[in-house]
Design a protein around this ligand. Structure first.
Ligand code: GDG
Length: 726
């Protein structure tokens, strides 16, 4: 099985010289992590090579040059980069995901090009991928790709990782293409985020935009389950921790230290971007100097800003503001042998960056939003065993793990000032203890572990999906069931009603059998070899109303009552206590939850919440279960969670009890049960191994088969007539 990484950029720079093309690998964190995936010796990478060329000969030369590394280029034109990369990605998705809503610039051609470029990536992947391969799509530039790949290439596993924040639904909903984007992502088997918050926002968006149901970290999407999880990305810990042991880094560190003089250094390193909170940091540092004159001449801010997109107006503006603020700060406070801010508007080679990290007494990392922020982690590791201290924004994903840092709200410049004072006054011993604790975490949660965790989960999802796929009734399994049916002398067929014979609808009274269903049931029941039972949670009155004219057996209220030879019987004789306290709790919950209602049956009371807001219903569900615990224990009642219902019933009555009674009443050589709900699991559970147990609409551990679309009537018709199923 080959692994294909697909990202916007290939991890290298392609340059042109007189002798041809030159390829320079860029070993970012991602490339390192992916390089460590020992389980996948056959690794490939698809991405833009970062060079424009219209010339077919040149393109061929680049393709061949990259093939040695298993890199496969997707060539893009300057216009495409403009509208897809600068446009949709950086002027739409980036500000939206970083909560800079007002910075969004929208042009309809951006979206057109975004789709076009995602298709180009899909075309390249389609040329290379084979069934059984695994794809890992990286980041927001390619959010449509998972669905495109799923439609185009059969039998591949698809993972997607989102490196930036996923915003709350309230923000995400403003995106005109919100539904298309989510559907694009839902093509994946596994979607990863840095933190649980982003994961929660994403699941909420799929519910609110696409109306999809989820069960913890699994979203139900058509006949598939999409898994969502948090995988916090780490760094190459050993590389950063050991960097100072490299003589060239040590030499640089000594040189820098000498040049900066003997005062305390506060370091910041970011790409020029409004999400990084650079101006807030400068304001906080300025406030610190203003209010604490005793530190003037003793503490400097070393600010590395890596140039990025400064031809774009918003970035050029930010750059001007940074320049002005630093100019004014330095103008106000500098002395002959001390500058408040050392400002570098350029990137540093790796060795120099490590030297800067190592000599910095503090790091001040203040993004207003950041998916993770690797600089914070690199600083902690590169200090080696020395104290130092990290001041970290709570808006960075890294704050979830680095709890021993001084955590701040970067919007509060007073807090930045307080954090600087706290760091400066912190005893060496405490700094060392806190940095050691953080290093311990970072040494375990490395980028290699991140890549391995993600791919192993994708592999295990693939195995689950294969097992689930094998449960789906296809032509082969259908013929076997049919053969068994035809050869049988005595058959017991138990059918659930709602969600199995009729679709689940908003108002249960509207779920009535149509002509086709009645004809099918009639046909099934007239076969003398068949005993057909409708086993439902509905009460006897409802079942009688619709089915008393047919030669069927009925079981009501999950098997509490059953009807045979035209007469109703009680399965268990315990009377359901009409408890006021429980009824009152249910009524109050229904009153507080718009769209929900209660139902009182002879053997149970039910709170239905199919038509309520999911978030509110989940909250009420937990509250109700908590409140019911004590009275139900006192009365010996059972609390049962069904499909969008909570049912309180007497113990010892369920569909399994009724199924057992039915099976023991005769010798059947064909037993079949079909159901869609959690309550149907009780009957699947008690059936013998060779029974035909079929879960409708999803997959169950207890049922041998699944019919993923609700086409039970078609299935039964195909089973009982000589023709075969399509
Ligand atoms: C995304 C998300 C998420 C920086 N300056 C220099 C330099 N760097 C290196 C750092 C670090 C990397 O760049 C920056 O990492 P970040 O995590 O801060 O941000 P991005 O990679 O731009 O962006 C982010 C990340 O993806 C991973 O998922 O954490 O939230 O926005 O590795 O060391 N490297 C060198 N010289 C520099 O001057 N050599």
């Amino acid at each position: 099985m080959a692994l294909f990484i697909i990202s916007n950029r290939l991890p290298l720079k392609v340059g042109k010289s007189e002798d041809g093309f030159i390829y320079e690998r860029s070993e970012g964190g991602l490339a390192t992590g992916l390089g460590s995936l020992q389980d996948f010796p056959d690794r490939h990478w698809i991405g833009w090579p970062g060079i424009y060329s219209d010339d077919n000969q040149e393109r061929l030369e680049i393709c061949n040059g990259l093939l040695k590394e298993n890199f496969h280029p997707v060539f893009l034109s300057e216009e495409q980069i403009q509208d897809y990369y600068e446009g949709y990605n950086n002027s739409m998705i980036w500000p939206l995901c970083h909560y800079f809503y007002t910075y969004i610039q929208y042009e309809s051609r951006f979206w057109e090009t975004y789709q076009e470029v995602n298709r180009l990536f899909c075309d390249e992947a389609a040329k290379l991928l084979k069934p059984g391969d695994m794809v890992w799509v990286q980041d927001y530039q390619l959010m449509l790709l998972p669905a495109m790949l799923r439609e185009r290439i059969e039998d591949i596993s698809i993972g997607y990782f989102h490196h930036i924040p996923f915003p709350s639904y309230e923000l995400f909903r403003v995106l005109p293409e919100r539904a298309e984007i989510l559907k694009g992502l839902m093509g994946a088997d596994l979607i990863g985020f840095h933190t649980h918050d982003y994961m929660r926002h994403f699941i909420s968006a799929t519910y609110r935009v696409l109306g999809l149901d989820s069960d913890l970290d699994e979203i139900h999407y058509g006949d598939r389950i999409v898994h969502v999880d948090a995988f916090p990305m780490g760094i190459n810990y050993d590389l950063h921790y050991s960097a100072i042991l490299d003589p060239s880094v040590l030499k640089k560190a000594k040189e820098f230290r000498k040049n900066f003089g003997n005062h305390k250094l506060v370091l910041s390193v970011d790409r020029l971007d409004y999400s990084k909170g650079i101006l807030h940091r400068l304001k906080g540092f300025s406030l610190f100097l203003e209010n604490n004159p005793e530190y003037r001449g003793k503490v400097s801010l070393v600010m590395v800003v890596v140039p990025s997109r400064d031809s774009v107006e918003r970035y050029a503006d930010l750059k001007t503001k940074i320049d002005e603020m630093i100019g004014s700060l330095n103008g106000m406070y500098s002395s002959l042998n001390w500058s408040p801010v050392y400002y570098f508007y350029r990137g540093f080679p790796f060795e120099e960056l490590m030297a800067l990290y190592h000599i910095a007494n503090y790091a001040l990392v203040t993004p207003l939003r950041d998916g993770m922020n690797l600089v914070a982690k690199e600083y902690v590791a590169a200090k080696h065993d020395e104290p130092g201290m990290l001041i970290l924004s709570e808006m960075a994903g890294a704050a979830n793990e680095l709890k021993d840092a001084i955590i701040i709200n970067p919007n509060d410049i007073d807090e930045i000032e307080r954090a600087l004072l706290e760091a400066l006054k912190m005893p060496e011993e405490e700094k060392k203890k806190r940095m050691d604790k953080m290093r311990k975490i970072l040494s375990k949660q490395t980028v290699n572990k991140w890549a391995n965790d993600f791919t192993s989960e994708l592999v295990s999802i693939k195995n689950i999906n294969t097992a689930l796929k094998n449960k789906k009734i296809g032509p082969d399994s259908f013929f076997k069931i049919k053969e068994k049916y035809q050869n049988a002398k005595k058959r017991l067929i138990i059918l659930d009603y709602d969600g199995t014979l009729v679709p689940l609808v908003k108002k249960p009274e509207l779920a009535i059998p149509d002509r086709q269903l009645m004809d099918t049931l009639k046909l099934l029941a007239t076969d003398q070899k068949n005993k057909v039972v409708i086993s439902s949670g509905r009460d006897a009155e409802f079942l009688d109303k619709w089915f008393s004219d047919l030669d069927l057996n009925l079981a009501a209220e999950h098997g509490a009552f059953y009807k045979e030879n035209g007469k109703w019987h009680e399965n268990v004789r315990t009377k359901f206590p009409a408890d006021e306290e429980i009824l009152d709790l249910l009524q109050k919950t229904a009153d507080k939850t718009p769209g929900s209602r209660i139902e009182v049956k002879k053997t149970s009371m039910v709170w239905h919440f199919r038509n309520s807001d999911k978030w509110l219903a989940e909250l009420r569900e937990k509250q109700l279960i908590n409140a019911l615990m004590i009275p139900c224990a006192r009365l010996g009642l059972q609390i049962m969670r069904g499909n969008k219902v909570i049912e309180i019933k007497t113990t010892g009555v369920d569909k399994g009890v009724e199924a057992t009674r039915l099976m023991s009443a005769d010798n059947y050589d064909f037993v079949m049960a079909m159901g869609d709900d959690i309550t149907d699991e009780d009957m699947f559970h008690v059936m013998p191994d060779d029974a035909i147990t079929i879960k409708v609409g999803s997959i169950s551990d207890h049922a041998r088969f699944s019919l993923l679309q609700l086409n039970t009537v078609k299935f039964i018709n195909s089973l009982i007539t000589p023709e075969t199923i399509a």
